[in-house]
Design a protein around this ligand. Sequence first.
Ligand code: DGJ
Length: 353
Amino acid sequence: MLKSIRKEVLQANPGLVKYCLLIFTLASYIYACTQSQKEGAEIIPGIIWYDTEGNPINAHGGGIMYHEGTYYWYGEYKGDSTYRLEWVTTWECWRADAGGVSCYSSKDLLNWKFEGVVLPSTPHDTISDLHPSQVIERPKVIYNDKTKKFVMWMHIESPDYEKAHAGVAISDTPTGQFTYLGSFKPNGNDSRDQTVFKDDDGRAYHIYSSEWNKTLYIGLLNDEYTQHTGKYTRNFINLSREAPAVFRHEGKYYLISSGCTGWDPNVAECAVADSLLGEWQIIGNPCVGKDADSTFFAQSTFVLPVAGRKDTYIAMFDRWNKTNLIDSRYVWLPLTFKDGKPVIEWKDKWTLD
Ligand code: DGJ
């Protein structure tokens, strides 16, 4: 019955059908636009995050620098195929080619413009640290007010992760290109997962997993932020911490880190100190609620104090997808304080308000 009515309408009124189709298409288009605007207004942990050109953001293990009203997000620019190095037998060595270090800029921390690969890999230079077969991880950038240079520190590795070097690059502008200065073992020892922290007094520190990841070193950098001074401390001795993320709150320093389980998640831990160089007091897992013991299936990389907002911090994590590394997701969550301790709780979506 319905079928025959539909047939009659179609035959009698083909113009009406075309009109309805047009209205439907227009309505769908408007709906789609509103949806993407909605996505740009909220942080949704764990989804694919698109840049302003509509491409998935490729900035893993990253860090954010705030400079003159703009946030710059630097991260690992991963190649699009993932492979396992079978000749590495001691652990599951999943790799993607190193594409260098990418940079995205934003005024609102939600909509990110791709500024390019500011430290590119060097496919034609097979002996370079930056050849795609090598590993470039966890880049972080700080600005040096004296030299007016942007200084990038990163973890430089051989494909099997045995090299354990720290690499340094500098640039006159936040969006590069950065000039690579080389890599080395700071204070004569390993440097794997790492971050840098610039304190209010202008001093900067390099925080890095050392001694085969067993002990976390914190070293004071020189005035240019390009080398170590030789002043350093050994922290969390034999506790195997990596993925360090450091921030300051009300005169104290906080350090969030993960355990060492390759690309797989584990429980996070927070420590507090009166001085960057220690001593650090462990105060437990900052993550609470469901999936807190696996850090929401992610690993720490950075804690960002939001500019101009008192006590507002974003805890940034990577949810690694070890068999498709480029598709690893970003888990950003609000970090608040309860009873004097940092607390991070899962949110399906949230806004900076
Ligand atoms: C854990 C580290 O935190 C990551 O940055 C990466 O190096 C993986 N290990 C490799 O397994």
